[in-house]
Design a protein around this ligand. Structure first.
Ligand SMILES: [Zn+2]
Length: 404
C-alpha cells in the first residue's frame, strides 16, 4: 500500500467521506467531502481536494483508502491514566444497586502510592496505546491519585512521557492524612505541591463537588495554578448541583468537565462563556447516573467537547467511538455534533488550534474508518471500525503498518 518516502509525508487518495471540521472546504459543520484526497507534508495537511486529482509531484507514501471514511484523530481532553489497582468490584456493586461516592478515589490513591514508577509508567503506556488503537491521537492526562508532593510529581512525570497535555490534579480529593483539615491540604496543594508539579504540567484541575472541594477552595487552587502559568480545568457538577460550573466560568477555565447537574443559570453562564463544556458519558454509564443534557448546552450556545474520563473507578474506557455512540444515544447530540465534540471540541477544550481538524496547516492526525461514513461510529457501537491511524502524517497504528 505504500512506498518508502520522507517521514511525515503521505498521499491519501480515494477517501469515501472525509470529515475535515472545516466548513470552508466541505459541507456542514463537519466540512464533509465525498470522493476526496488529502496530502500531508512534513506532518501537516498540505492539500485537500478531489480524489484522483492529487497535484503532480506530491511526494510521500501513497495510501489508497478504498472509499473508506477518514476523520480527524480524536482529541481526548480528559483522562486519568496514572494509577495502580482496579475497581471492577465497585462497578459490579453498582450493577447490584449501590451508588458511586467521591470517596472511592481513595482506594486508587493507596494502590498508586504503593506502586513503583515502573508500574505507573507501564499502565500509562498500555492505556495510551489502547487509546491510539481506537483513534485517539491527542490525549490529556491528569495526576490526582498520589496526593503527596512526590506522588503527584512522579505521576506527572509518567504522564509527560506520553503527552504534552498534562494536568496537575492534586486537588482531586482530601487525602486520609488530612481528614477533617481540608484547608490545610489546600494550602499544601497551593504552595509546595504546585511548586514541585507545575514544571511538569500545562494545566491545573480541581474536583469541585460535595465531598471534595468547595467553591472557595477550588478558586484558590485555580488561582495558585494560574500564578505558575497553568491553565484551569474544573471537575464540575458531576454528582449533584453545585458551584463548579460557575467557578470554571468566573476563573476563565478552559473547560468545565462532567456538568451532569446544571441549573438554568449554569447553562446560561456556560453558553455565554468561552469555557468549553466537556461531557463524559462514560462516567454516567459506569456510575449508572443520569446523562448530561448536551442538547440544552448546545442550544444555549456552549462549546461542547466529548472525552473518555478514562479512570479505574468510574469510566474505565479509552474508546472515543463508544463515547460518540453514547452521546448520540443518551446525551441529546446528533452524530455530527458528537463527532465534532470528540475532535475539534476536544481541541478547543485544550486550547489547541493544530489538532481536531484537517484544514491545510493542521497536524496530519487522521483515522481511517472501515465504513462509508463517520455515521457508522455511532451506528455500529462497540465494533472496532478503526482501520488505521496516522499521526503527523506517519502511520501510528496498527503497529505493523496495516493494509486495506
Ligand atoms: Zn475526571
Amino acid at each position: 500500500m505504500s512506498s518508502p518516502a520522507r517521514p511525515g509525508c503521505a498521499v491519501f487518495d480515494n477517501i469515501g467521506c472525509l470529515v475535515t471540521n472545516d466548513p470552508s472546504i466541505g459541507e456542514g459543520r463537519l466540512g464533509c467531502r465525498t470522493g476526496s484526497a488529502l496530502v500531508a507534508v512534513d506532518g501537516r495537511v498540505a492539500w485537500v481536494g478531489d480524489a484522483g486529482r492529487v497535484p503532480e509531484g506530491a511526494g510521500g507514501s501513497r495510501v489508497d483508502v478504498g472509499g473508506r471514511a477518514v476523520v480527524p484523530g480524536f482529541v481526548d481532553s480528559h483522562t486519568h491514566l496514572v494509577f495502580a489497582g482496579e475497581r471492577s468490584r465497585e462497578f459490579a456493586a453498582r450493577s447490584a444497586g449501590g451508588h458511586y461516592q467521591a470517596g472511592g478515589i481513595l482506594a486508587t490513591v493507596s494502590a498508586t502510592r504503593a506502586a513503583s514508577d515502573g508500574e505507573l509508567g507501564a499502565t500509562v503506556s498500555r492505556l495510551v496505546a489502547e487509546a491510539l488503537s481506537s483513534g485517539t491521537t491527542t490525549l490529556e492526562c491528569k495526576s490526582g491519585y498520589g496526593l503527596t508532593i512526590s506522588d503527584e510529581e512522579r505521576s506527572l512525570r509518567a504522564a509527560k512521557e506520553h503527552t504534552e497535555e498534562t494536568t496537575f490534579l492534586g486537588a482531586h480529593i482530601v487525602p486520609p492524612e488530612f481528614a477533617g483539615r481540608p484547608d490545610d491540604y489546600v494550602a499544601l496543594v497551593c504552595s509546595t505541591m504546585l511548586d514541585a508539579c507545575a514544571p511538569h504540567a500545562r494545566w491545573v484541575d480541581v474536583f469541585c463537588e460535595m465531598g471534595a472541594f468547595d467553591a472557595d477552595q477550588a478558586a484558590e487552587v485555580l488561582r495558585a495554578g494560574a500564578r505558575r502559568g497553568l491553565g484551569g480545568r474544573v471537575h464540575a457538577n458531576q454528582l449533584g448541583f453545585g458551584p463548579g460550573a460557575r467557578v470554571a466560568v468566573e476563573t476563565r477555565a478552559a473547560s468545565a468537565d462532567h456538568c451532569t447537574y446544571l441549573s438554568g443559570t449554569d447553562v446560561d453562564l456556560l453558553g455565554a462563556s468561552e469555557t468549553v463544556v466537556t461531557l463524559l458519558p462514560g462516567a454516567e454509564f459506569s456510575t449508572r447516573s443520569p446523562y448530561a443534557d448536551g442538547r440544552r448546552l448546545l442550544d444555549a450556545g456552549a462549546t461542547v467537547a466529548l472525552a473518555s474520563d478514562c479512570n479505574p473507578g468510574t469510566s474505565y474506557t479509552t474508546n472515543m467511538p463508544w463515547c460518540i455512540a453514547l452521546a448520540a444515544r443518551e446525551v441529546g447530540m446528533t452524530v455530527d455534533e458528537a463527532v465534532w465534540a470528540a475532535t475539534l471540541g476536544g481541541a478547543r477544550a485544550l486550547r489547541r488550534d493544530d489538532v481536531g481538524h484537517l484544514s491545510v496547516g493542521a497536524r496530519a492526525d487522521l483515522v481511517v474508518i472501515d465504513a462509508p461514513s463517520h455515521l457508522y461510529l455511532a451506528y455500529r457501537p462497540g465494533v472496532q471500525l478503526v482501520a488505521g491511524v496516522w499521526r503527523g502524517g506517519e502511520p501510528a497504528w496498527p503497529p505493523t503498518g496495516g493494509a486495506f
